[in-house]
Design a binder for this molecule. Structure first.
Ligand code: ADP
Length: 212
């Protein structure tokens, strides 16, 4: 299902009908200096999509987009870049102890691990660090690359991806966060972090924007 994107002329028709309805197709055409025949496909689309109602011998009037459709359209237009957070990255050689400190300091639940070229190589979650901490090991001497989940097993997304697709990845892989990456010829640069909290924010913004 894809949202209906109105073209410029269809937007103009909507404005005319909003301000002047009920109004006949002839009158709309006159205002736009077009023929009735030229407008026919646009009027058909606007009527079928529920923006306009047409009554025989009366003309077109604005019905307003149905809330359900408007919510669906907004949801399908939500992009990762509109809701992503700043990523927290650490280098592969820092110790598990330092990674734990970093997690507390930055107040995040997932750290992304990068190599010397700043390309993504791993992910560290809270439980990865906890698991290592309950062993009888010196956390200062274990580098994070030993315990992280590593490429190519990392689920990630791009900033232009739809938020729904990103949410699907979080659920399917049972993880809390996705790195938002920019693809380079020899690796992925981490440019953002998309978490379940971001998805919850998006959900709330839908409710706010549509007065739900
Ligand atoms: P936690 O383990 O704290 O509940 P997650 O559910 O995010 O947090 O992580 C579960 C496991 O999945 C961990 O081992 C973690 O390294 C791994 N993981 C987390 N994020 C990703 C990701 N984007 N891609 C692949 N694996 C991930």
């Amino acid at each position: 299902m894809s949202p209906i994107e109105l073209n410029k002329r269809q937007e103009e028709i909507l404005e005319i009908v909003k301000g002047n309805g009920p109004i006949t197709g002839e009158q709309i055409a006159e205002r736009l200096s077009l023929t009735r025949a030229t407008l026919r496909p646009d009027l058909a689309i606007l009527t079928m999509a529920g923006y306009l109602d047409a009554r025989p011998r009366v003309g077109y009037f604005y019905s307003g987009k149905k809330t359900g459709q408007a919510v669906i359209d907004s949801m399908m237009n939500m992009k990762v870049k509109d809701f992503q957070s700043i990523p927290v990255v650490v280098s592969e050689n820092i110790s598990v102890y330092d990674a734990i400190c970093q997690m507390f300091l930055e107040d995040v639940g997932t750290l992304f691990v990068v190599d010397k070229n700043a390309y993504l190589t791993g992910v560290l979650s809270r439980k990865d660090l906890l698991r290592t901490s309950i062993g009888n090991q010196d956390l200062n001497h274990i580098p994070v690359h030993i315990i992280m989940t590593r490429m190519p097993n990392i689920a990630f997304c791009m900033k232009t991806d739809g938020l729904i697709q990103a949410a699907q990845k979080l659920i399917e892989r049972q993880i809390d966060a996705l790195p938002v990456v920019l693809e380079h010829p020899d690796g992925y640069e981490v440019i953002g972090r998309l978490t379940k909290t971001n998805i919850t924010r998006a959900f709330l913004s839908l409710a706010d924007n549509h007065d739900l």
